[in-house]
Every structure is written in C-alpha cells, then in structure tokens.
Ligand binder design. Structure first.
Ligand SMILES: N[C@@H](CCC(=O)N[C@@H](CS)C(=O)NCC(=O)O)C(=O)O
Length: 312
C-alpha cells in the first residue's frame, strides 16, 4: 500500500486534527509543507482547485476535507480505531458543532497581532497583510460568521463549562476511556486557544479541559518524514488510482456517473474542482481528473458540506 502523504502547514488547526490522528495511530507518513495562502500551484495540481488545508494523498488518490481524511486514514490503518463508541450522531454532532462554532470563535481569539509569532514564527508585516487579504477573499460570500473578539470570547466561555462536564467522573476523553473521532474534532478547535500565550489563561478555570488538551497533544504526530511537493507530485504520477469497486449515484438531480461535474464546498472557499464523476454516495463524492504534472488522479470529497453540479 502506498504511503500516506499529508499536505499541511504547522499553524493549521484542521491539519492538527489530522496530525493528532496520525499520532494516535502511531503511523509513518510523509509530510509536505504547503503555503498557508494562495497561490498553491502544487496543491491545486493534485486537487484540481480545492485550496483548503489539509489535503491527504495516498498514491494517486487525493482526499479533501479533514472529515473524509480521518475516515480515509481509518480505512488505511484501522487500529486503534476512531470509532470505539460506534459511528454515532453524538460523535458527529460534537465534531460538527466544534468545527462550525468553536473553530470560528477560537481562531479570532487566538490569532492576534500579539500571538501571531507562535503560529507563524517568520511572519513579516507584509505576510500578515497578505494573509488577511487571502482569508477575506477565501471567505467572500461564505456562511461562517467571524464576530468581534469579545463576542468570540463570550461564546467560548459559554461552552467551556459544558466541555468541562464531559470529563466528569474522571473520564479522560469526551466519550469515555479512549479517544474517538469527536476528540480530534474538539481538540483542534480549542488548539489555537491552548497554544496562544495569555489567551490560554481562558482555560484556567476549567482544569479538566486544560489537562485534556495536554493529553490530546501528548498523542503526538506519529512518524513523519518531510518530502517536497515536487516529490509528492512524482508519487502521484507514478501511481494508479485505487479501484473504487463500483460507483453509486444518489440524489444527483439529472447528473449521471461519467458526466463532467464540478465539486465545491458549500460554506467557504468556493473553488470548483472539475472532473468525471465516478461515485456520489451519501458519504463520498469521487471525481477523476488528469493533471500534466500529477497524472490521472481520483479526488475524493465528503458528500456532506459539498455541492456537485454539472460543469458548464
Ligand atoms: N471543512 C474543512 C475546513 C478546512 C479549513 O478551513 N482549513 C483552513 C486551515 S485550518 C484553511 O483551509 N485555511 C485556508 C488555507 O489553508 O488555504 C476541513 O475539515 O478540512
């Protein structure tokens, strides 16, 4: 089986979710450090347009979105499992809530001019301007609200006691004795707050949550080896996409397998990926596309949170 290649950058909370899963599973993986802002030519060569972080590559199969990436890693290395308590609504609800609400409140609290060097040690004033402009452009027309810092702090303070109560009776992880997918969803959304000096003090009144964050971070990142993005493209080109077995086509409103479609997120960063539709199940969309540098690829998206439309 080809190696796992994670395309990411150190400051990305969603990438930290996946790095921590790789740590939990103690996996060997290849690390490609990508730019945090556009342009990202080597990422786009693999994805066909999707620019968010992280992206996972297994040979010539490319997985977009941490929700699907977590499941792809589980398929690649099932033990220890992310589903110790089943694949339940409770787990999905905690993850979705954390990513929809806590991520969008924790980031504005933690990424401030005073703390930015923790996340981007080499940041220059020019980089910060570029970063801000990139994120404004990426979020244009999007649905995720970024409120003022005081409102964000109030929201996090509202939820911290509820998070703290998950660890009642000495329970070390949100649903019990072992980490499950929900832990990685919750951990990475609080991770910017936990990392930012000064801001971290928000956790002081919540000692169980504070220790939980330490416990999650102690899972580590597994065993990465750094490679260049050029090498990752070579790996893709030298690989054949995995055999999907069969294609499902549900709820497509006139689109058929084999049609040329565009796939894009529904919430923000609406960069469409064009390709031939291979499958659209309730859980996953896969398109085939060819890139001059990366060869023929299968690009995978979750079904939830992504739109499939006929290409113009
Ligand atoms: N739903 C996506 C969200 C990913 C996301 O928003 N990641 C942030 C970084 S933490 C991002 O893409 N920022 C812009 C970029 O890296 O180009 C997922 O689960 O992977």
């Amino acid at each position: 089986m080809p190696d796992i290649v994670l395309h990411h950058y150190p400051a990305s909370p969603y990438a930290e979710k996946i790095r921590a899963i790789l740590g939990f599973k103690n996996l060997k993986w290849k690390s490609v450090i990508i730019p945090p802002v556009m342009p990202k030519p080597d990422v786009v060569a693999l994805t066909g347009g999707y620019r968010r972080t992280p992206v996972l590559q297994i040979g010539a199969d490319v997985y977009c979105d941490s929700g699907l990436i977590a499941r792809a890693i589980e398929g690649h290395a099932p033990s220890p499992t992310l589903f110790a308590y089943g694949d339940t609504l409770a787990m999905e609800a905690i993850t979705s809530f954390a990513e929809a609400v806590l991520f969008n409140t924790a980031v504005p609290i933690a990424f401030t001019p005073a703390t930015v060097k923790v996340f981007f040690p080499d940041a220059t004033p020019e980089f910060l301007d570029t970063f801000r402009a990139d994120r404004v452009a990426m979020r244009k027309g999007g649905t995720a609200r970024r409120g003022p810092v005081n409102e964000c702090r109030a929201t996090v303070l509202h939820f911290l006691p509820k998070i703290e109560s998950q660890f009642r009776d000495g329970r070390p992880f949100v649903l019990g004795a072992t980490p499950c997918l929900a832990d990685f969803g919750l951990y990475h959304t609080l991770w910017p707050v936990w990392r930012a000096p000064g801001v971290k003090a928000m956790l002081n009144p919540f000692p169980k949550t504070y220790l939980y964050m330490d416990r999650m971070a102690a899972l580590g990142h597994g065993r990465p080896t750094e490679i260049t993005s050029g090498k990752a493209l070579e790996i893709a080109k030298a690989s054949r996409p995995a055999d999907l077995g069969y294609g499902l086509a549900i709820e497509l409103e006139g689109i058929k397998l084999g049609d040329t479609v565009e796939v894009l997120p529904v919430d923000y960063a609406f960069d469409p990926v064009k390709g031939e539709l291979l499958t659209a199940s309730a859980d996953e969309i896969v398109v085939r596309r060819t890139d001059p540098r990366a060869g023929t690829l299968q690009v995978h998206f979750p079904r939830f949170g992504y739109e499939v439309r006929k290409a113009a």
